[in-house]
Design a protein around this ligand. Structure first.
Ligand SMILES: [Ca+2]
Ligand SMILES: [Ca+2]
Length: 139
């Protein structure tokens, strides 16, 4: 995690975790918040499995519009992550759509679900790469 790809930067580690307690070992997944430039091509987010079971575990993920809109700012992505054995992390790849407009920061949410129950979520911030007149002048 110390060498982000060009155009990418590691977000602040505001890891959101939700624990569901039961008699069994509960699934426990987390995803951080990330920021990528809109011309990065794709955003790669890491999902972490947070308990020590060696059982096969799956978690569904899906993107949700916030200020970023699917089809304009990124390509809607969803699927199922399968953690086998001792696997602790999985990567989600979300294609990002570049444009020529000054459009600032936009965000989308990535939700992790198991059987429809939200297990965790993260925010992806898409940063504009058009600069120049975008500078805020206070005087
Ligand atoms: Ca651009
Ligand atoms: Ca732009």
């Amino acid at each position: 995690m110390s060498n982000p790809s060009p155009g990418a930067s590691l977000g602040t580690p505001n890891i959101v975790t939700i624990r569901i307690t039961s008699e069994d070992i509960s699934p426990h997944f987390s995803i951080g918040n990330y920021t990528f430039s809109e011309n990065a091509g794709e955003a790669r987010l890491t999902v972490v499995r947070g308990n020590d079971t060696l059982n096969l575990m799956t978690v569904e993920f899906a993107t949700h519009d916030d200020t970023a809109k699917a089809g304009l700012d990124y390509t809607a992505t969803s699927g199922v992550l399968e953690f086998k054995g001792s696997e602790r992390t999985k990567e989600i790849v979300i294609p990002l759509l570049n444009n020529d407009r000054l459009d600032g920061f936009r965000q989308l949410r990535i939700e992790l679900k198991d059987s429809g129950v939200v297990m965790g979520s993260g925010l992806l911030t898409i940063r504009d790469n058009e600069t120049g007149v975008q500078l805020n002048r206070t005087k």
